[in-house]
Every structure is written in structure tokens, then in C-alpha cells.
Design a protein around this ligand. Structure first.
Ligand code: CP
Length: 360
């Protein structure tokens, strides 16, 4: 198990480019130990995770298979530390734990934990590590999961940390389920390459878009189109990475003009929880950045519509029954890929794979 993060001072570690941080976060076999950002996953690891998720969901179809899975990680406990609202990420991680037999605890409201009494985040996380073997955390602060991974790796009870959403910056496990959804959707269409992905909405403050944009750079010739009103366009740091990797991208505010080119349209809601002042977002005209029946008519027959959810009005309910609407399946995919991630974090993927091979 890699706990190399204790070999480096925080100032030195935090200053490293992300790609140089990766070796500090991985296990010797290449599996993730801490899951902190999308850039630590390459296509080999993504394919392994997706294959494991497929095996887990196949095994879970039978009662005997589900019982087998439930015996895999009964000796570990997981802590869900969510100081920001969540439905899908929280519940899919709870379900993932249940699938593998991992008991879970939670702190969702720091006003009723000892943080209310002035306990520092560092002490809180060290407290959790006294009782649990994995911390899954969502926080409004960028980089906090990374800092806590360093803190806990330097304690007497180092345990893995999974970032379940950090500030406006990263949502790596959402990107894993998005890639898993794309891989499954394009499995029969030749695979995830030579595709055009259209991102639409609040791209500036949507951490899911940032993490997915990074992960897509692992696949050949994926063109990325960013559609947003000017004040909400994708940040330059993402574009710098795309340029560095030679990825073709386009920025536009004309949504309908690019829908016919899409293999996948990835819608996002207005992220107004990040507004700096009242009504900042409400002043932006987003009426041309919604997906309804007229946009559906422009979408190629084999393309898919994705959304990390929750949605507001950016996808009309009227298109939910269209076979190209993938967002409900995408959400459920989150449970399977997070189960695969926990299984890999605790090193039981080989047992699951062997069981799958013997029984399928
Ligand atoms: N997609 C997503 O992160 O949803 P939740 O905020 O409900 O977890």
C-alpha cells in the first residue's frame, strides 16, 4: 500500500504540478490509494475501473452474487464527511459501501459535529481516521481533500481519502462515472475516440466539467466544444491543458449551431451557489443554453445527452423518455463505478474478477 505522501513536506507537495503528485497517491500496482483529482487516472486505469464496474454489476444481478460481493470488504469502515449538499454522490457512495459490505458513518452537518465547538478540520479528519478506514469528503474549499490526504498520511493512522467534490475545482468521481457512461454508450460505436463532446451551461463554476474535460484528454481525438454565455465560459487553465495536450477545442455561445456535430451533449445547471453577490447569476441571460424539443430535433440519432444532475430547467422533462437521454442511467452508473473504486482502493479487484470469470 502506498503511503508515500508522508515522505514530502506539505509546501513541497502542494506546489508540484498535478501530474507529479500522482505517484504519491497511487498503490504499487497502479491502483488509486487517495483519489483526489481527475488527472491521476489514465486510460489504462479508467478501462480497468470500467471493466471492474461491469463485472460487479453483472455479479450483483443474482442473490448469491450480491451476497458474495457483500463479503468482500466487511473488515473496513468508511466515513462520509460532506460539508456541502449532495444527493447522488452521497447516496451512491453509501450504496457502493453496502454492495461491498462496508459499514458507513457520516457527518453532513458540521453545526452538530465538534467543528461547531471550534475543532479544526485537521483534528476532525484525524478523529474520523480513529474510527474509520476510508474518508470520502465533499467540501466547498478547493484543495482541502488534498491537504487532508497529506495530514492523514502523516498521522499514526494513515487511511485513504476520496474527493467527492472540492470547491469549484474538482469532482473526480463524477468524471469517472461520466467516462464510464461514455465508454458504455460508445462501446458498440467503435469506442471512445474520434468523438465530439459538447459542454453547455455554467462551465466556469462547474467542477464536473473541469474534471471530465481533463479525463477526456486520455482518449484519442476527442474534440471538446464549450458552449456558455461569456461570463460563464470555461476557465483558461482548462484550455491551457487542452492546448498542451494538442486537444482540439471550440468556444461558442451558439448552442444550436453545434448540436448537429455532437456525439455527446453534457448539460450543466447554473452554479449560483458560488455567486459573490446577490443576483449575480440571475443577471446572465441563459435562455439560449437549454435543451428542449427543438434542440432534440437537431441531435444526431446516435448521440447521447448527459447531465451530472441535479437539473433545474436546462433540460426539459419532455425529453426524458428519448432513448438518447442518458442522465438517469449516468447517475446509476455512479454507484457501480464508485463500488469499483472502493474495491480497487481496498485491493479486492482480483477476487471479484476471479468470481466473475468462474460464474459468468
Ligand atoms: N452530480 C452530483 O454531484 O450530484 P450531487 O450534488 O447530488 O451529489
Amino acid at each position: 500500500m502506498a503511503k508515500k505522501l508522508f515522505n514530502i513536506a506539505w509546501e513541497e507537495f502542494s506546489a508540484l504540478p498535478l501530474v507529479e503528485k500522482t505517484p504519491y497517491l497511487m498503490q504499487p500496482d497502479g491502483s488509486p490509494y487517495h483519489t483526489l483529482f481527475a488527472q491521476q487516472f489514465d486510460s489504462v486505469l479508467l478501462d480497468k475501473l470500467a471493466a471492474l464496474a461491469n463485472e460487479i454489476r453483472a455479479i450483483a444481478k443474482t442473490r448469491i452474487g450480491a451476497e458474495y460481493l457483500r463479503q468482500q470488504v466487511t473488515h473496513k469502515r468508511a466515513m462520509l464527511y460532506f460539508s456541502q449538499p449532495s444527493s447522488r454522490t452521497f447516496l451512491s457512495f453509501v450504496s457502493a459501501g453496502q454492495i461491498l459490505g462496508v459499514p458507513v458513518g457520516e457527518v453532513r452537518d458540521t453545526s452538530i459535529s465538534s467543528e461547531f465547538k471550534g475543532e479544526s478540520r485537521e483534528d476532525s479528519v484525524r478523529t474520523f481516521s480513529s474510527y474509520f478506514d476510508l474518508i470520502i469528503m465533499r467540501t466547498p474549499e478547493k484543495g482541502l481533500a488534498e491537504h487532508m490526504a497529506w495530514v492523514i498520511s502523516n498521522s499514526d493512522r494513515p487511511i485513504p481519502i476520496i474527493n467527492a467534490g472540492s470547491g469549484k475545482d474538482q469532482h473526480p468521481t463524477q468524471a469517472l462515472l461520466d467516462i464510464y457512461t461514455l465508454l458504455r454508450s460508445f462501446d458498440r460505436g467503435g469506442g471512445l475516440h474520434d468523438k465530439t463532446v459538447v459542454f453547455c451551461g455554467d462551465l466556469l463554476r462547474g467542477r464536473t466539467v473541469r474534471s471530465l474535460s481533463y479525463l477526456l484528454t486520455n482518449y484519442p481525438r476527442i474534440r471538446q466544444i464549450f458552449v456558455a454565455p461569456d461570463p460563464l465560459q470555461i476557465d483558461t487553465d482548462v484550455l491551457d491543458i487542452l492546448r498542451e495536450k494538442g486537444v482540439e477545442f471550440v468556444q461558442t455561445d451558439n448552442f444550436r449551431s453545434v448540436i448537429p456535430e455532437a456525439d455527446a451533449v453534457y448539460m450543466t445547471r447554473m452554479q449560483d451557489e458560488w455567486d459573490n453577490y446577490k443576483n449575480e447569476s440571475a443577471a446572465i441571460d441563459t435562455s439560449h443554453f437549454k435543451f428542449g424539443l427543438e434542440e432534440l430535433a437537431l441531435l444526431p440519432p446516435r448521440a447521447i445527452i448527459m447531465h451530472p444532475l441535479p437539473r433545474r430547467d436546462e433540460i426539459a422533462v419532455a425529453i426524458d423518455d428519448d432513448p438518447r437521454a442518458m442522465y438517469w442511467r449516468q447517475m446509476r452508473n455512479g454507484m457501480w463505478i464508485r463500488t469499483a473504486l472502493i474495491a480497487m482502493t481496498f485491493g479486492c479487484e482480483r477476487r471479484i474478477h476471479d468470481y466473475y470469470c468462474h460464474n459468468n
